[in-house]
Design a protein around this ligand. Structure first.
Ligand code: NDP
Ligand SMILES: N[C@@H](CC=O)C(=O)O
Length: 815
């Protein structure tokens, strides 16, 4: 014999009921079918009854909906030839319901007893209709009145089952009757004095479990609208998947913390009888579903699932008068129990100075009031403080039988949350060690679930969410490279890069699911207007895990806002040199914020574009070496300019060409004035461990006008045009000596300078082609022969690939 329970959505209408019928008919065995009320019907009955008892005549409209839904189901399921008798039975039951509702309306009253009778109509009607549908298909089917088999006390709303009596009645009934299909209403029972009672939330699961246990069946199938118990709520965690097998204890823990597929009450009767439970999807009957089993599972999964409950209030009772005093917790929890307030989480530090616990937000005010009344005396003498209440909390819990036999699980859980800036307000781990729970802010719940799911179920694929500012030469190429390389990264490096937002100086485009190429290209046409601070606000509002800002601008305001990103645990990858070359204080603060908030701060492209210069210094310094001297050509654009300026083209045209090729800064004056090289040298010195400010570097400008900065490109070109003589003289002087012009950055014996130099043929800088950079590091270990790094030091493609490498460094660190 089989037993199948169908939930509300499975029997919501005639079409769905037909699916249930097909599933039952596929069983080829005598089958007990337990049904819930038509989907949403119990809630509708409840609001209708409440409206009636408040003398609100609109209850009649609800009643009409109740009537229509049931009559529609009959008309669609029963052939016209048989409809009359079925319809008249349903109408008779509906009339009874209408009379009861009228009674509530006239009396303005709704007792718990009346509620149970009214609510029972949902399952009584659905079971009658389903059984008649089977009969209409020629099945040997009977409808059982559950009240005849399941006996309870008179606690209306959540009646307590008399198992001894119910088991006997169930066993007798099934011994004495021989049908192919038995249809029973779930949720409904009867007291010993023959009053209708109901079994509370999840009552239909409970009914099925009681019957399965009484008959010692080997399994119970719960058919619902999802394909089983998921590793996490699939509406919140996209990567969640169905758990194929789970132990009863794990399922109980998960269902306690919000996995609504299964009510713990359904587990209670079948657990001691070693009956397996299957959760299956009525709408995808072929999918395997979840098996909840008493057998020990031999897989090595440590965490089986993650769950959460929202709308939690965290309450703390604390004070010196609690230490070493017996009975405080008894009084605290007794007063809550008296008020029927359910405590969902408790934790107490060994100092005994405080007890922290959680209730649903709905109960919080009542709990606060009764606790403060209970401890009025202690509060008035300052021994205990008035209970504190923090609303807007969630509980997240990881669940698994094997947590107890593995070290480091809680470490992994809390470091994953911490890395993503999720503040943990309280922690609890029961003695069973099957569950580790944390109370966090509700606004962080979605992120926490995804972070934990990634840590425990998707270890192989790490998701990095990119927020890109600046889509010019470098930014544009970076986006192109990311979109092109996505598949490779996912397959080969197990990194899932998602481009969530892009921005230029005035607009931004955001898609929390990831921007497509088309969306990115529509930034200018369709992007939303962006004011200062909007981008950061958007990132923090989305609150996605592993968020990284990629700054491809040359903008100072953006650079000076990095600290706010880091404080929100948002990593930063930047090719913008302004931050690291601003004050030493800001540079250092960014480094320490990066550590404090576990948010990476990477800027390899600040010097030498894609060349691994900063990383090399970091490794030298970390391994105990000391940088003693630096000789370098650090400007790709200036190297290009002085290579290309050979007397053929005027200087200004060569500069324009460098700009066109994407080698210069957005404002080429920053290159020509030596500012860009100075910034780079400053960064190299700071990375080498030297305390240097901008003013400590001597820049000898090769521009004749010296003084004022030129921010307008046109103005710069006009000035350069008029100074052609000056540049041609510089060139001639070098040519006369067989030398080449190079802008050299040097650091020697504590002195740092930047200037245009004539480089002779024997010098390693002489043969420096095109836009190349070169750096020579003299260190304790590389004293005679310097460590040399050379290669393309400018250009959008190479710079973008340097930024990309930093992003991958972050992803690898997370993996
Ligand atoms: N070119 C190279 O070889 C190298 C460049 N770099 C660095 O790369 C950075 C970018 O250079 P490049 O791509 O050539 O410059 P571009 O001028 O081509 O692009 C700059 C981008 O930044 C945007 N932007 C400017 N201000 C803001 C702001 N406040 N908020 C958001 N976006 C803003 C611009 O938007 P809009 O179009 O609206 O102005 C534009 O999309 C510079 O910092 C440079 O030093 C580093 C190493 C090498
Ligand atoms: N403008 C810069 C580009 C890289 O930082 C340069 O010329 O090197």
């Amino acid at each position: 014999m089989k037993i199948l329970k169908f939930g509300g959505t499975s029997v919501a209408n005639a079409e769905n009921i037909k699916r249930c019928i097909a599933i039952v008919e596929g069983k080829n065995d005598s089958t007990i079918v337990v049904v819930s009320a038509l989907g949403g019907m119990t809630d509708l009955l409840q609001t209708t009854a409440v409206l009636a008892s408040h003398k609100d005549s609109s209850y009649m409209q609800n009643y009409k909906t109740i009537e229509d839904r049931h009559l529609d189901a009959v008309r669609a399921l029963i052939p016209v030839s048989n409809q009359a008798s079925v319809l008249s039975n349903v109408i008779r039951q509906l009339n009874e319901l209408e009379t009861l509702l009228q009674g509530c309306f006239y009396l303005g009253e709704l007792s718990s007893k009346t509620k149970d009778v009214i609510f029972s109509f949902g399952e009584r009607l659905s079971s009658f209709i389903v059984s008649e549908a089977f009969k209409a298909r020629g099945k040997n089917c009977v409808r059982i009145d559950s009240g005849n088999l399941i006996k309870t006390n008179n606690r209306y709303g959540r009646a307590v089952v008399d198992f001894e009596m119910s088991d006997r009645l169930i066993q007798d009934y099934f011994r004495e009757n021989q049908f192919d299909i038995y249809v029973m209403p779930g949720f409904v029972a009867e007291s010993k004095d023959k009053q209708i009672t109901t079994l509370g939330r999840g009552g239909s699961d409970y009914t099925a479990a009681i019957v399965a246990a009484a008959l010692h069946l080997s399994e119970l199938e719960i058919w619902t609208d999802v394909s089983g118990i998921y590793t996490a709520n699939p509406k919140v965690v996209k990567q969640a998947r169905v758990i194929e097998q789970i132990s009863f204890q794990e399922a109980m823990e998960l269902s306690h913390f919000g996995a609504k597929v299964l009510y713990p009450s359904a587990i209670e009767p079948i657990l001691p009888k070693k009956i397996d439970l299957y959760i299956k999807n009525t709408f995808e009957p072929e999918s395997a579903g979840s098996r909840v089993t008493h057998c020990s599972l031999d897989d090595d999964r440590i965490v089986r699932g993650i769950s959460n409950v929202d709308n939690i209030a965290l309450m703390t009772l604390e004070g010196p008068g609690m230490v070493g005093v017996a009975g405080i917790s008894k009084r605290l929890f007794e007063v809550l129990a008296k008020q029927d307030i359910n405590v969902v989480f408790i934790t107490q530090a060994s100092s005994e100075h405080s007890i922290c616990f959680a209730v649903t937000s709905m109960d919080a005010m009542r709990a606060e009031q009764v606790i403060n009344e209970e401890f009025e005396f202690e509060i008035s003498y300052g021994k205990v403080r008035a209970v504190s209440v923090e609303l807007g909390m969630s509980i997240v819990a990881i669940v698994g039988n094997n947590i107890k036999s593995h070290q480091g699980v809680s470490g992994k859980m809390f470091s994953a949350l911490g890395r993503n800036n999720i503040n943990i307000c309280a922690i609890a781990q029961g003695a069973s060690e099957r569950n580790i729970s944390a109370v966090i802010l509700e606004k962080d719940a979605k992120k926490a679930l995804n972070v934990l799911h990634e840590a425990f179920f998707e270890e192989v694929v790490v998701q990095v969410n990119l927020f890109v500012m600046g889509v010019g030469n470098v930014g544009g190429k970076f986006i192109e490279q990311v979109q092109r390389q996505k598949l490779y990264l996912r397959e080969h490096l197990k990194i899932n890069l998602r481009l969530i937002a892009v921005a230029n100086s005035t607009q931004m485009m955001v898609n929390p699911e990831g921007l497509s190429d088309i969306e990115v290209s529509e930034l200018k046409a369709k992007g939303q207007v962006m004011q200062e601070g909007d981008f950061l606000r958007k990132i923090t509002e989305l609150n996605l895990r592993n968020s990284v800002l990629v700054d491809n601008t040359a903008n100072e305001t953006v650079a000076m806002s990095y600290h706010a990103y880091l404080r929100n645990s948002i990593g930063i990858v930047t090719c913008n040199k302004v931050a690291c070359s601003s004050s030493m204080e800001y540079y250092k603060s960014l480094k320490s914020l990066s550590k404090k908030y576990s948010a990476s701060f990477l800027y390899e492209t600040n010097v030498g574009a894609g060349l691994p210069i900063i990383d090399t210094i970091k490794n030298l310094v970390a391994s105990g070496d000391r940088i003693l001297e630096i000789q370098a050509v650090l400007s790709g654009s200036l190297n290009f300019i002085f290579n290309a300026y050979d007397g053929g083209m005027p200087f200004v045209e060569v500069v324009k060409k460098a700009k066109e090729l994407g080698y210069t800064e957005p404002n080429p004056y920053i290159d020509l004035s030596g500012v860009d090289v100075k910034r780079k040298l400053l960064i190299l010195l700071r990375e080498s461990g030297y305390f240097f400010e901008d003013v400590d570097i001597d820049v000898q400008s090769f521009l004749p006008h010296g003084g004022a900065a030129i921010s307008e490109e046109g103005e710069l070109y006009t000035a350069l045009e008029s100074q052609e003589d000056h540049f041609s003289q510089l060139l001639k002087a070098a040519n006369d000596k067989g030398a080449k012009l190079r802008v050299v950055a040097s650091f020697k014996q504590g002195k740092a300078e930047v200037g245009l130099r004539e480089i002779d043929q024997l010098h390693p800088f002489y043969h420096l082609e095109g836009k190349d950079n070169i750096v020579l590091f003299y260190t304790d270990r590389y004293k005679e022969q310097p460590l040399l790094i050379k290669g393309a030091g400018a250009g959008a493609e190479v710079t973008a690939s340097g930024i990309f490498a930093d992003v991958i460094r972050i992803a690898n660190k997370l993996n």
